[in-house]
Design a protein around this ligand. Structure first.
Ligand code: AHR
Length: 696
């Protein structure tokens, strides 16, 4: 072991010995822009079985028999009939379980969950159903958790009985304790051989959910979100906001009230890719807007809902079909009203507003404090038809009249650059959006390209109030009376590095993202929010990767991309501090040896330095903390007096590797400490690494 360590030390020494040493200068006297608390956030969309089968802890699939194939995820035996005059008008189907009339033939229904039902040894599960005895008697039902694949004599491993009585629908609940851990159990409900029973909305939840909420969220997944410390939480998507057609767009009002009566919606990711097709992918809306708002509050993030602009998915619908497919300009009122009602649902007084009253009845009388609303997802205009912006203008006009306090977020469409992007960017400025949402799923070359590393350095901050143009306005440059107004701020609403030929999670992609994120922070006056996407993926149910967090029915793991987000979010800092090398910001330029870096001043006076080294060589750097020549900024810390530096490093020797279900902590941020003091300190930034130094 000793000789291995010696060899490593020698190799390290020889690698670094020859390397040129760099100097970072951080000017403590001139704290710059505030870094918004919303800077690093999360994007949630029900893609990859992120909601049902994922974050929403329900274990029964098609619990209300409302899938188009009413018995999808179910097997039935004996005398089972589907009926449709049930107690929940928006989910009218239920099953009638009748005696077979033959002692040896049982009536039984069996649910296979989402890729099986995952249960853990020693844990309790709450089974519930709505039931009645239509013929007036009472019935004894039995519920079993079973292992259909076992070689044991008995497939059952947990059993409970339920006594149903009366002709009125009632909810019955029973707890089952699982003696063993199994990823692919099934649930069987056995009918009474002597009495007919109607059953509806069968449900099975772990008792141990996130924060113990009954019928709540899967604990490991929600805790992963909380531990990311996101500043903003965008929901519910993504393309799912738009729908493949307007009828199937995400309709937040359908997600309120008792879960039994929330109508099923299709999930466009069921059929978006025929090469990854999931015919049983629907949205139960058990995880709806109320739950999203509560989750935002629990994880300490600003809620950021995205609503439809009246356009169905433009990828899937030709604009020449406009009249048939999209809401015309004259038909936008209900869509605009949805936005206004949502703001009221979140913020209004429940004693005077009907939407706020629903919020209070659902358990949250206090307002959620909504500040942001995005309108439209990936929308765009056509040369002969301003499909998006003509609609958006109506929304902005109407919403601003009643809710001027809400910051409205437009979109620059699906492209990260090019004609469509330029067109939309200028139009978002003209429309005076508060922020615009940009998306980029691009390869390594894109992330490393100088244009993109400097992307936000070049964006307009102020525009002419007359023409909305930046520096190109001749009136402004002539010094006319026109004033300058703030340009919209940036919301990098969906981004991830999709490696060339490596469209899967791996360390190098996370490294690309980290170096790009230093550009967000350097431009914190402009970039106010950024959310990596997508967030979740089930290993057996994904349509899109890479993603931040993966899971199967029992366990989960966080990817390197997750850890980059977490590192940045937990070390955000409050104000940007100027950080230079040879007088220039450190942006990974060709003479900067693969280094990108930013510095910030935290609320407690700590100095946070984020450094990303994308090169193959360790980079020695001496960090100088300068008090500066100019006037000290308010609250500027003294350069003297630091006695130690906390270091957090994310590195992988294999750039193609990432964590897995089997090895969930293979690549995680490693903490260490440097015992140094004074006003400068030397460090070596390992090759291919993300390092955060916190100078206390
Ligand atoms: O994140 C997956 C998809 O990518 C989103 O639904 C959409 O907005 C984008 O095209």
């Amino acid at each position: 072991m000793k000789s291995i360590l010696l060899a490593i030390a020698l190799a390290w020494g020889s690698l670094t010995a020859g390397a040129q040493s760099h100097t970072f200068e951080i000017n403590l006297a001139q704290p710059g822009a505030e870094i918004q608390p919303t800077m690093y956030g999360i994007f949630f969309e029900d893609i990859n079985y992120a909601a049902d089968g994922g974050l929403y802890a329900e274990l029964i699939q098609n619990r209300s028999f409302e899938y188009p194939n009413h018995l999808a995820a179910w097997d039935v035996s004996g005398c089972v009939t589907l009926l449709d005059d049930g107690p929940f008008p928006r989910n009218p189907h239920y099953l009638r379980l009748a005696p077979t009339g033959h002692g040896a033939k049982a009536t039984m229904i069996e649910n296979h969950g989402f890729f099986g039902i995952g249960v853990k040894g020693g844990e309790e599960y709450r089974f519930s159903l709505w039931a009645r005895c239509p013929e007036g008697q009472s019935a004894d039902l039995r519920v079993d958790l079973t292992d259909p694949a076992t070689m044991d004599e008995d497939q059952r491993f947990a059993t409970a009985n339920l006594h149903v009585s009366g002709t009125e629908w009632q909810k019955y609940t029973v707890l089952l304790r699982s003696p063993k851990t199994l990823a692919k159990a099934s649930l069987r409900l056995w009918a009474d051989p002597t009495a007919t029973t109607d059953v509806e909305h069968l449900s099975l939840f772990p008792v141990d959910t996130y924060r113990g909420v009954e019928g709540g969220l899967r604990r490991d997944l929600a805790e992963a979100l909380e531990q990311m410390h996101p500043g903003v939480f965008r929901f519910p998507g993504g393309c799912i906001v738009e729908g493949a057609d307007l009828a199937t767009r995400y309709q937040w009002k359908n997600t309120l009230g008792p879960v039994e009566n929330r109508p099923l919606n299709e999930n466009r990711w069921h059929y978006t890719f025929q090469y990854r097709y999931f015919p049983n992918y629907f949205q139960s809306y058990g995880l709806g807007f109320y739950e999203f708002f509560c989750l935002s509050e629990q994880i300490g993030a600003e809620p950021l809902p995205v609503l439809s602009v009246g356009l169905a998915c433009q990828y899937q619908n030709d604009i020449r079909d406009e009249a048939r497919v999209h809401a015309s300009l004259d038909d936008l009122d209900p869509y605009i009203q949805d936005c206004i009602d949502l703001i009221d649902f979140a913020n209004a007084d429940p004693t005077t507003n009907p939407w706020a009253k629903i919020r209070a009845e659902m358990g949250h009388p206090a307002p959620f404090g909504l500040k942001f609303l995005a309108i439209g997802n990936e929308q765009w205009d056509y040369p002969d038809n301003p499909a998006f912006t003509a609609r958006l203008e109506r929304f902005i006009g109407a919403i601003r009249k009643v809710h001027p306090e809400i910051k409205l977020i437009g979109s620059t469409g699906p492209d990260s650059e090019g004609e469509k992007f330029d067109d939309l960017q200028q139009k978002m400025i003209n429309l005076r959006c508060d922020l615009y949402d940009e998306h980029y799923y691009r390869n390594e070359a894109w992330f490393l390209d100088s244009i993109n590393r400097h992307r936000y350095d070049a964006y307009p901050r102020l525009v002419c109030s007359g023409c909305s143009k930046g520096s190109s306005c001749s009136e402004c440059s002539k010094g006319s009376k026109r004033s300058k107004v703030e340009a919209p701020r940036v919301f990098a609403g969906e981004y991830a590095c999709h490696g060339d030929g490596k469209k899967f999670n791996h360390f190098n992609a996370a490294l690309m993202e980290a170096q790009f994120m230093t550009g967000f922070e350097r431009n914190a006056d402009l970039v106010h929010m950024a959310t990596y996407a997508p967030l979740f993926a089930h290993t057996e149910g994904w349509q899109w990767r890479p993603d931040a967090i993966w899971y199967d029915n029992l366990t989960s793991f966080r990817t390197c991309s997750y850890y980059v987000q977490q590192m940045f979010a937990t070390h955000r800092g409050h104000r940007v501090l100027p950080l230079t090398m040879c007088g220039r910001p450190v942006c990974g330029d060709s003479d900067q040896h693969g280094l990108s870096a930013t510095a910030s001043l935290d609320y407690d006076g700590s100095i946070i330095i984020k450094v990303v080294n994308v090169s193959d060589a360790p980079q020695p750097v001496t960090v100088h903390l300068l008090k500066g020549k100019g006037k000290k900024g308010k609250g500027s810390p003294k350069a003297e007096g630091f006695t130690g530096i906390d270091v957090l490093t994310l590195h992988s020797d294999d750039p193609d590797a990432d964590n897995t279900l089997e090895a969930p902590t293979k690549i995680i941020p490693q903490p260490s400490h440097l015992s140094v003091s004074g006003t400068e300190f030397p460090v070596t930034v390992p090759a291919k690494s993300v390092v955060i130094y916190t100078v206390k």
